[in-house]
Write a protein that binds this ligand. Sequence first.
Ligand code: SF4
Length: 261
Amino acid sequence: MGKENLFDLEIIIFVKVLLTLYMNEIKKKISLVNKLLVKKYGIPPRLKVPPEPVDLLIATILSQNTNDKNSYKAFQNLKGKYNDWNLVEKLPQQKIENLIKTAGLGKQKSFAIKQFLSSLKKEKGKISLDHLKEMNDGYIISELTKYNGIGVKTASCVLLFSLRRNICPVDTHVHRITNRVGIADTNTPDKTFTLLNENMPDDIAHSFHTNLIRLGRGICKPAKPNCGICPLQKVCSYENKLFNGNSNYKENNFLLLDTIK
Ligand code: SF4
């Protein structure tokens, strides 16, 4: 091997070592943040039997841009009334829109639901995502995101809540807090998703994700983080911490995707 090739090889090895050290640091910080959140909130409960992937996917579409209570009502209006996605698939879009109106964005969400159910039925001959259960995470994300209105966040919720994979979906809370704390340094939720899930320690994605959402709703809010009562205060790198918030906040710990049956 010539001197130049040897030099190139050394640079490649050096960069790889640096990258591994950087990844290890991210992994360690995810573990630490998870431990601190579990200390504050505990390990989030899970249903004994995970929800069916189609149910979970539709609940996740309904949950976009609204609170969990409103989307749960909309889900119950569909599932409670028909209890069979084949019947929902046959409804006119307008009827679906009326049934889900408590969740907001009725036109957009009813279109996504109708399109998804019809496409799945056409492709597979039935409304079921059971074929995904044996597939790997990357394949499942690419399969689900090919449908209109289904993005990486929705697909990753199916992976975490329904298929019980060690995958952390990234919503606005997870994206904001992991960037403030210093785990991520990204400008989009999809980039945060890649970074977190390339470095997620085993078996903690559910508690990490769920407890970050609780923290984001109650303490680490977008405009006024309440850093004085935050369990992550000592490990957080956010430069604009605020310490004058109210310590008597009311917590909302109803989490839709751990409630769907
Ligand atoms: S210390 Fe403040 S900015 Fe950091 S995570 Fe807690 S509430 Fe958010």
